[in-house]
Structures are given as C-alpha cells and as structure tokens.
Design a protein around this ligand. Sequence first.
Ligand code: UD1
Length: 368
Amino acid sequence: MKVVSVVGARPNFMKVAPLHRVFSKMQNVHHLIVHTGQHYDKNMSKVFFDDLELPEPDVYLGVGSGTHAEQTARIMMEFEKVLLNEKPDLVIVVGDVNSTVACSLTASKLRVPVAHVEAGLRSFDRTMPEEINRVVTDALSDYLFATEEAGVTNLKNEGVGEEKIFLVGDVMIDSLMLYQEKAKRSEIKKSFDISACEYTLVTLHRASNVDNRESLLVILDIFRAIEKHGKIIFPIHPRTRKRLEEFDLLSQYSMVKNLVLTNPIGYLDFLSIMTDAKLVLTDSGGIQAETTFLNVPCVTLRENTEQPCTVESGTNVLAGLAVEKVVDLVSDCYAGTWKKGKLPEFWDGKAAERIVKALVNSFMPNDS
Ligand code: UD1
C-alpha cells in the first residue's frame, strides 16, 4: 500500500509525525511525505522536522506565499504531478490549512481516496479561511478521523455517512505526549530568564486579529494592562511581524517593558515554555487543545472555537478582543482561580495507531 501524507504549514508537522512513526514500522506500507512549502522559513518548518525526528520530505513542492487563490492553485498544480507520478493508494491530509484543501481537491479529482485527520471541527464562522478549508476537505474525504465528539456530530449533521467517520482522538496530543520528557531538557526558559518566575505566553496570527491596525492596538492595550503580572513571552508569527511593521507598531510594542518579542520558536522549546506558563493567550487552534491537555489556563482571543471540548471540559475560555474581559481573566489566573480541565476521550497518545489500524482494515483486510 502506498500512502502520501501532506504537510505544508507549521501546525501540520506534529500531526503527521506520529502517523509516520506508525507507518514506518510496517513492512507492507510505503509512506511518503510531501511538503508543499506553504511554510518555508527555517523556524516555521525545518526546526519542526528536526525536533519531531521526521525524515526529509520525499517531495518538496516549494510553493511559498501568495494570495489564497495563488497558493492553493500552485499547490494543486504541483501536487497533481506528484499523484500522477507516484500513483498512491491513499492521500492523508491533516488540519485546515490551504495545503489541506488544495491536496484533497487534487486527489479527489484524480479519484485517489482521501483521509482527513482532524475532521469535523467547525467554528461555524466562514470569515475564517480555515473554516472553508475544513468544510471543503470534509466534503471530499473518504475517511474522516475526528478528534472529539463534536466533530462526529457536525459531520453527521452535514450528511456524511457514519461508515466514513472514526472518533480516534488527537494526533497532536500523540506528539505532545511523546516529546514531553525531552522538552523538559530545553534551555529556552533560561534564555528568557523565566526559569523561576510566573509568565504569560502569547501567540497571535489569525487574520482577524493581526491584519488590521485597530486590533493590533487593542492587543497592545491588553499587553500594557497585564504586564504588571510579569513577563509576557511573545514569539511573533511572520504574518504578525509583517503587519506590525506595515502599521508601524513594532516600536510601540517594544516599549512595553515586560513584553519579550522573539522569533517563532521550535517545537520542543515551545512545549517547554507552554508547559510551565501561568497562562497562555492565543488565537491558535492547536494551542487551545495542547493547553487543555497540559492543564494550563488558556484565554483565546477569538469569538468562537472549532474545538468546543477545550471550553466545555478543558482549560480554555473565549474572550475575543474585549480588553476588560481579557484583563480580568488574566488577573483571575494570576490570583490562582481557574477551572480545572478534564481530558476528552481518546486523548491518550494512541490516535495515530487507531487511524492506521482503521486504514489497514479497509485497504488490506487480510493483513489487519
Ligand atoms: C497558516 C494557516 C493557519 C495556521 C497557520 C499556522 C491557512 C489559510 N492558514 O496561516 O490556519 O494556523 O498557518 O502558522 O492555511 N510567512 C513567512 N514565512 C513562512 C510562512 C509564512 O514569512 O515560512 C509569511 C508570508 O509573508 C505569508 C504570511 O506569513 O504571506 C502568511 O502565511 P500563510 O501560510 O499564507 O498563512 P498563515 O498566516 O501562516
């Protein structure tokens, strides 16, 4: 059986790594990794391959940045050549980035079966490009692997046949569990001088938060109001840095005394600072899940989430960009009052095993 897994952007690497680990132990599966090149900076891509012990991608498409249409189209054109050349039995796509939708569309038109890992998540907000990517990818997929019960419900509500849906847990949590010990050896906290103090970790890159000056000014107000609690570590996503420069705001951010602005951080170092953070402020999807797993308080600077379990039973609270609400939540957290999280079903480090088992059952029933 020949399987092609697609990675493109930073949040894809830790999702494909556990699948690769399981596939590479199997004699009868040839697993290829195709990297679209959606993310190409060393600290957005290569460092993750190193940290997650992933081999070099078998194919690198090198598509780079562009508008959504340009990026999606370039990935489709290049990925079509790969499929015609390699003739895989299955394409696996993960998450909700442009590479996910581009490759599922290309594969399904060539009648190559598609498996979507992290299927069924919905924010019900089509202003988010990721929501469009999720809806289209799920509509085209033949195997839909959900991380949480809400994903299963959403897919059923959209008319997806039950035989295609598998509740397997979260492959990102597989990676986190595998690398938790190793991350403890990271020296990153020493370099920020936060080994022995309480600090807030921030990540922001959603278009709705960083693509306009007003939102970036609101975020600056939040930083000014919360810096009294201690250091704020803010690894800046390339998109966010670009906007801060365009809007001439970087110097104002730099003036917040306790705000530490830094480049994006690799997987193990990030895991290390996230694990020991007093609190995380984010608009990332993955970090909402990771903080729930780690039982670290998380304030999500969005109005909605595609992962309701992180709010309903985890440590996550949605706050949008309401300054007062965020500031109150941060104060609550530093005062030591925060809800205790509970782990969703199947977040046990074995999601990749379940996925591979389901696929082998379907493609090679005699081998399973
Ligand atoms: C993408 C995903 C988003 C995911 C995020 C994680 C889509 C629609 N969005 O958003 O879901 O949460 O990745 O990081 O797929 N850039 C660089 N170097 C890089 C990559 C990007 O400088 O290695 C800059 C470019 O200027 C680019 C901008 O960042 O134009 C945005 O990159 P892009 O891949 O289009 O989307 P992200 O905002 O990273």
